[in-house]
Ligand binder design. Structure first.
Ligand code: HEM
Length: 400
C-alpha cells in the first residue's frame, strides 16, 4: 500500500451515504494513503488504526485547545476535553474515580427501572419512534442521577442540550449568526442553573458529582466555581447525544439483522460482547478533531502547524490491520480494541456509564420486545459527525 494520496481521494463528510453505511468510504480513505483530505475544506484526515492511536497519544503535536471548539455557547474551554495535558491530566486524576465502573454500577437499578418504564409505555402500541420514546430520555435520566438532580428536570435538560447542539430546531432558521446568539443565550442558562446547584450543594452537600467536585483539591487548592461549571457543561454535551446515537445505531442494525438479534434474545450473556462489536462497527462518534501545533508527518505525509486535523475513529475501527475480518460483524470477536471511546489522554471519561446504559437498554428491550423491525418503506437517516439515527420507526407484533 502506498503512503501517498496519489489517487486524490477526498472524503465527503456531507455525503449522506457516508453516514448511513460509511464503512466503504472508510476503506477508501485508508487505502488512499496515511492522510487524505476532506472534499469541502481540504482538512487532513487520519484513518489508519496505528496512526490514529499514535496521533491521539501525542497531544503536544495534536492539541485539543482549539478556537473552533469555543462555538458551543461556552465562555471558557470545557474541562477536560478542551484543555491539554498536564492540566487535563490533573482533572482526569480527580474525575476518573467518579466515573469508575463500580460507581456507575450503583446507578444501574435506577437506569434499569427507567428503561423498563419507557418500554412498558410503548409495548402495547406495537410501534414507536425510537428516539423520543427511548433513546433520548434514557441517557438524560442517567445524567440527572449522576448529578443528583430530580428526574422532573428531564425536559429542561433536553431543551438546554438541544439549544446548544441543534439551535436551528429551536429558532427555526439555519442562520449561523442567529444560531450562535441562541447558543450563547442557552449557555448562560446552563451556567446560571449550575451556579444555583453549586450554591445549594455548598449549603447541603450530598452524594453527587457537584458536591464531590466542591470538596476536591488539585495541588492543595479547591476547584473554583468556574472549573466546576466548565466540567458540568461538558458532561451535558458529551454524555447525552452520544448514548442516544449509539442506541439508535444499535437498534437500526439489530432490527435489520434478525439472525444476529435472535442470538442476543436466546442468550442475554452475549449482549456485552455484541455491544462492543456494534460500537466498533457502527462507531457512533465517527471522528475527533485536533489542532496540529507543530509541523509533523504521518506515514511520511506532512501535516503543517496550524492545520485542523480529523482522526477518523470509524475508519480505524474497520482497519483489517488491527481487526481480522474487519468487515464482518462478529458478536464473538475475541480481541476488540476498538477506538469508539477515543484513545490517549482524552479517552472517554464516561465509557463505564455509557456501557452500562447501553447494556441495560439492550437487555430490557430484548426481554420485552424480542421481535421487531423497521417499518416497511422507511429508511433510517443518519446525521453527520455523530451518527444519530434521526428517525427510526420500529414496529412489532402486539401481544394478543
Ligand atoms: C456510547 C457513548 C459514548 C461515546 C461513543 C463517547 C465517545 C467519546 C470520545 C470518542 C471521546 C474522545 C474525544 C476526544 O478525543 O476529543 C470522548 C470523550 C469524553 N466523553 Fe464520551 N462518549 C460516550 C458517552 C459518554 C458519557 C455517558 C459521558 C459522561 C456522562 C461522556 C463524557 C466524556 C467526557 C467528559 C469526555 C472528555 C474526556 C477528556 O477530554 O479527557 N461520554 N467520548
Amino acid at each position: 500500500m502506498s503512503n501517498a494520496n496519489d489517487d486524490g481521494f477526498l472524503l465527503d463528510f456531507l455525503n449522506p451515504a457516508l453516514m448511513s453505511s460509511p464503512q466503504g468510504e472508510y476503506a477508501k480513505a485508508r487505502e488512499s494513503g496515511a492522510v487524505c483530505r476532506t472534499a469541502h475544506t481540504g482538512m487532513p484526515v487520519i484513518s489508519r488504526y496505528e496512526d490514529v492511536v499514535w496521533g491521539l497519544r501525542h497531544p503536544e503535536i495534536f492539541s485539543s485547545e482549539m478556537e473552533e471548539q469555543m462555538q458551543l455557547g461556552t465562555e471558557r474551554p470545557m474541562i477536560p476535553q478542551q484543555v491539554d495535558p498536564p492540566v487535563q491530566t490533573q482533572f482526569r486524576r480527580i474525575l476518573d474515580p467518579c466515573f469508575s465502573r463500580k460507581r456507575m454500577a450503583a446507578l444501574e437499578p435506577e437506569i434499569r427501572r427507567h428503561a423498563a418504564e419507557l418500554i412498558e409505555a410503548v409495548v402495547d402500541a406495537g410501534e414507536c419512534d425510537f428516539n423520543p420514546a427511548f433513546a433520548i430520555p434514557l441517557p438524560c435520566t442517567a445524567f440527572l442521577h449522576l448529578m443528583g438532580l430530580p428526574e422532573e428536570e428531564l425536559d429542561l435538560f433536553l431543551r438546554l442540550k438541544d439549544g446548544i447542539l441543534r439551535p436551528h430546531q429551536q429558532i427555526g432558521t439555519f442562520d449561523m449568526e442567529a444560531g450562535q446568539a441562541h447558543r450563547k443565550k442557552i449557555g448562560k442558562e446552563i451556567y446560571a442553573y449550575f451556579e444555583d446547584v453549586i450554591a445549594a450543594r455548598r449549603r447541603n452537600p450530598g452524594d453527587d458529582m457537584v458536591s464531590f467536585l466542591l470538596q476536591t483539591e488539585i495541588d492543595g487548592q479547591r476547584l473554583t466555581d468556574h472549573e466546576i461549571l466548565d466540567v458540568s457543561f461538558l458532561l451535558i454535551l458529551a454524555g447525552l447525544d452520544t448514548v442516544t446515537a449509539t442506541l439508535g445505531c444499535n437498534m437500526a442494525f439489530l432490527a435489520s439483522n434478525p439472525d444476529l438479534r435472535r442470538r442476543l434474545v436466546e442468550d442475554a450473556d452475549r449482549i456485552p460482547a455484541a455491544m462492543e462489536e456494534l460500537l466498533r462497527w457502527e462507531t457512533p462518534v465517527t471522528g475527533v478533531p485536533r489542532l496540529c501545533v507543530q509541523d509533523t508527518e504521518v506515514g511520511g505525509m506532512p501535516i503543517r502547524k496550524g492545520e485542523m486535523v480529523t482522526f477518523l475513529l470509524g475508519a480505524a475501527n474497520t482497519d483489517g490491520g488491527e481487526f481480522p475480518d474487519a468487515d464482518h460483524v462478529d458478536f464473538a470477536r475475541e480481541a476488540n480494541r476498538h477506538l469508539s471511546f477515543g484513545a490517549g489522554p482524552h479517552r472517554c471519561l464516561g465509557s463505564h456509564l455509557a456501557r452500562m446504559e447501553i447494556r441495560v437498554a439492550l437487555e430490557e428491550w430484548h426481554r420485552r420486545i424480542p421481535e421487531y423491525r423497521i417499518r416497511e418503506g422507511e429508511t433510517p437517516l443518519y446525521s453527520p459527525g455523530i451518527r444519530e439515527v434521526q428517525y427510526l420507526p420500529l414496529v412489532w407484533e402486539r401481544a394478543p
